[in-house]
Design a protein around this ligand. Sequence first.
Ligand code: 3PG
Length: 213
Amino acid sequence: SLPDPSLLLARAPVVPVVTVPSVAAGVKLARALAEGGLPLIEVTLRTPAALEAIAAIAAEVPDAIVGAGTVTRPDLIQKCIDAGARFLVSPGCPPALAEALAEAPVPVMPGCATATEAMALHAMGFPVLKLFPAEAVGGVNLLKSLAGPLPDLRFCPTGGIGPANVGSYLAQPNVLAVGGSWVAPNDAVTMGDWEQIVALAKAAAKLHRASFP
Ligand code: 3PG
């Protein structure tokens, strides 16, 4: 079976999904999130600084567990691993990407949005899937509906989750954790308002989840 993300997700109920404008901001952001109790951080490959930020966080923030998000192509996988990413996340998973991710030496949460996609990825051995974009594709109702026919699958839903609905996601037994950008708002990152991010992380770290009682 493939490397299991569950042990990492046990560390925190929320995986901050961050887009870093610079390496320095990425390091400060990882420090603030870890200080607030959210050690996991998914750095999306959406900015030129992303890979270097992953490397800097891996080297300089021992309390953080940094992963790479928005892994949309097979050729990005080795770059993320070389930078020090300890987990990989994709928004969706066409077959060629799924096959490449199944060879990765670290836990992977491939993205799915339907029962068929979830079943295909589960058959390949991925134990935990990202449900994306969670709110847009059915959210908590979809997760409840999948629990019956697919009882072995676990999810990390992401997309449209925030303070108002996070509790209903974490109350689902098939949800190990959720991902979201609300704990690291862009304006706070740009302004360098790390105290706001520590406070948001503290609130998120306290959330209860059914899957890790
Ligand atoms: C992602 O890539 O997972 C999303 O951009 C995060 O979704 P959110 O911004 O709605 O939390």
